[in-house]
Design a protein around this ligand. Structure first.
Ligand SMILES: Nc1ncnc2c1ncn2[C@@H]1O[C@H](COP(=O)(O)OP(=O)(O)OP(=O)(O)O)[C@@H](O)[C@H]1O
Length: 367
């Protein structure tokens, strides 16, 4: 059983006014693929480096399985790390790069050869074993870096943005390969990325961080469907969730000249003194009201600025007017109903799809 746990793990770099990682509590199960995700500077690499033993832990404890590894040197942790730049030795062949750690550990040559051959087969690298890294494509180099980690049969894989040097198309295919390889090998993996799409498509669970603080841990579906706060709501999902600060009405929230009704428990959760809340609506959950009817159109008025055709769907980038203010809005509409630039639309959120966050704390308001 190789679980990993961070227990109030903290790293404070000298000269920083807040911890780079602030009392991180995170349990990763045996065999789990956990993705740490967040914007640049949120502390995800520092968390991974603390787990690897490459960074001091100023407070708290880190465990791999039952072992307290907080102050163990990297070599005694039974981990293998895949770095962003792959860190391959240019003068060595692929086979020597992959077997290097085993050679240092004193493993007999025949055994090394066998392990390297097995890993090369899994990674489709057999025909490249005698080449030097410079004679490989970016994707092949990435696989050699993976191979070097696999041959060590570690208890835990650590990966820090391992796809960032690949072009967009290769990144998509490689992330599927890594995720299925991890599932086949069943080795507990901690993976760092700033790319939320990568996080959602690869992770069994994702841990979202901001400013050194863990915001939410959950399955991709959980963090997408029930973001714990406005930050997670805005960070997870592409294009981003629309967020509007709107006034509360007795039965719901005022959205343009329409009241969007909300269940009593959610309104109560906003608190007796709240006058405003943050309404989060994903682009696919804003419905365009039919125009040209006899009744006055209601909802929120939006002017269309840009339309991005995707074939089956289109993204509509517009501007909404809120009293004196204007706010950018993104809608996803079926391709056959694409509006024109400059057109005015009236939209309302589909019932049961809105997210409500406190205007003061940003926390999700629950019923
Ligand atoms: N060696 C260091 N000395 C001082 N500050 C550091 C050091 N390494 C990182 N930091 C700071 O700690 C914070 C967290 O950095 P970290 O590299 O963990 O973030 P990250 O989320 O991985 O970002 P990125 O995606 O840009 O790599 C940042 O504010 C960064 O500037």
């Amino acid at each position: 059983m190789t679980s990993v746990s961070f227990e109030k793990a903290t790293r404070v770099y000298p000269a920083m006014d807040h911890p780079a990682v602030d009392a991180l509590d995170l349990d990763i199960a045996d065999g789990e693929f956990m993705v740490l995700v967040g914007p640049s500077g949120c502390g995800k690499s520092t968390s991974l480096r603390m787990l690897a033993g490459l960074e001091d832990v100023d407070a708290g404890v880190i465990r791999i399985g039952e072992r307290d590894v907080t102050h163990l040197p990297p070599k005694d942790r039974d981990i293998a790390m895949v770095f962003q730049n792959y860190a391959l030795y240019p003068h060595m062949t692929v086979a020597d790069n992959m077997g290097f750690a085993l050679k240092i550990a004193g493993m007999p040559k025949a055994e090394i050869r066998q392990k390297v051959a097995d890993a090369a087969k899994i990674l489709d690298l057999t025909e490249y074993l005698d080449r030097k890294p410079k004679a490989l494509s970016g994707g092949q180099r990435q696989r050699v870096a993976m191979g070097r980690a696999i041959v060590r049969e570690p208890q835990v894989f650590l990966m820090d943005e391992p796809l960032s040097n690949l072009d967009a198309k290769l990144r998509v295919s490689t992330r599927t390969q890594i995720a299925s390889l991890q599932r086949r090998l069943g080795i507990t993996t901690v993976y760092v990325t700033h790319d939320q799409v990568e996080a959602l498509t690869m992770g069994d669970r994702v841990a979202v961080m901001k400013d050194g603080v863990l915001q939410q841990v959950g399955t991709p579906k959980e963090v997408y469907e029930r973001p714990a706060n406005a930050f997670v709501g805005g960070f997870i999902g592409s294009p981003a969730m629309n967020q509007f600060t709107v006034p509360l009405a007795p039965e719901g929230v005022r959205f343009g000249d329409t009241v969007v009704p909300l269940p009593r428990e959610i309104l109560d959760a906003a608190g007796p003194h709240a006058r405003e809340v943050v309404l989060g609506v994903r682009p696919e959950h804003l419905e365009v009201l039919p125009g040209g009817g006899r009744t006055e159109p209601t909802g929120l008025r939006i002017r269309v600025d840009v339309v991005e055709e995707l074939g089956s769907d289109a993204y509509v980038y517009g501007t909404a007017r809120f009293g004196e203010d204007t706010e950018p809005v993104i809608l996803r509409v079926p391709g056959r109903h694409t509006p024109d630039k400059g057109q005015e639309l009236h939209v309302v959120p589909r019932p049961q799809t809105v997210h409500l966050f406190s205007a003061e704390t940003g926390l999700r308001l629950e019923g």
